[in-house]
Design a protein around this ligand. Structure first.
Ligand code: ADP
Ligand code: MG
Length: 214
């Protein structure tokens, strides 16, 4: 079944909860190689989305909803992650403008646009120890699974597994972008906070897709 605006709002609502539950964990990861605020930043941004959720649920255009989320993240979150995730949601929303419901293929269109936005804004390459290291393999896995005929829930499950692997692969490598790169070799041995939040967001999408029969 296609995903409705109601399903999108359900997904946003779960993202809000998941980031709130992981606020300390993400902040702890950022305390090792950054400035101990990633969980605080993500929670602040998604709590601001939470305030707008009733209003967003009354909208009919999925693209417009995601764009509103992006603007909210950009305007409420300081730090690198606000503009980066904000751009991801803005670009995903722009790619879906006019859609009142989503087919599985729309996930790929939105995901590719989101990743492209993050890369354009942050200029990180794969292996720089950033959220790009979780997002890139996730979108590739999504694409492969959909091409093989998977439904949205199955394809997102594959994307979630790929994001988790990419997240773990940030541990042994040195950061080359963002605040963690200031540490040079001392960034080695720690999991990237942004790759971790990206994995959590994709896992949430997979769970909602499964629950809603998408
Ligand atoms: P800040 O680093 O400004 O304190 P956050 O702590 O909220 O912001 O976010 C840090 C995360 O942002 C990093 O773990 C990394 O994944 C991501 N990040 C930082 N710079 C970039 C970049 N140029 N491109 C992609 N992701 C980045
Ligand atoms: Mg930080």
């Amino acid at each position: 079944m296609p995903a409705t605006v109601g399903d999108v709002v359900k997904c946003l609502s779960k993202m809000i909860d998941v980031l709130h539950e992981n606020k300390e964990y993400l902040t702890e990861l950022d305390s090792a190689i950054g400035d101990a605020d990633h969980g605080i930043n993500m929670d602040r941004g998604f709590q601001a989305i939470a305030k707008k959720l009733p209003e967003l649920g009354n909208m009919t255009d999925v693209g417009a909803i995601l764009k509103a989320c992006g603007m909210t993240l950009i305007t409420t979150v300081g730090g690198a992650s606000g503009p980066l995730y904000g751009t991801a949601f803005l670009q995903a929303g722009t790619a879906l403008v006019g859609k009142q419901e989503l087919e599985p293929g729309d996930l790929l269109v939105a995901g590719e646009a989101a990743l492209k936005g993050v890369v354009m804004r942050g200029k990180a390459n794969l292996g720089d120890k950033t959220m790009v290291d979780a997002l890139t393999p996730a979108i590739a896995a999504l694409k492969e699974a959909l091409a093989a005929g998977a439904n949205a829930a199955e394809a997102l499950e594959k994307a979630s597994i790929a994001a988790e692997t990419g997240m773990k692969e940030t541990i042994p490598i040195q950061a080359r972008k963002g605040r963690a790169s200031y540490l040079g070799e001392r960034s080695i041995g720690h999991q990237d906070p942004g790759a971790t939040s990206s994995f959590l967001l994709i896992r949430t999408m997979a769970e909602i897709a499964h629950d809603t029969g998408f």
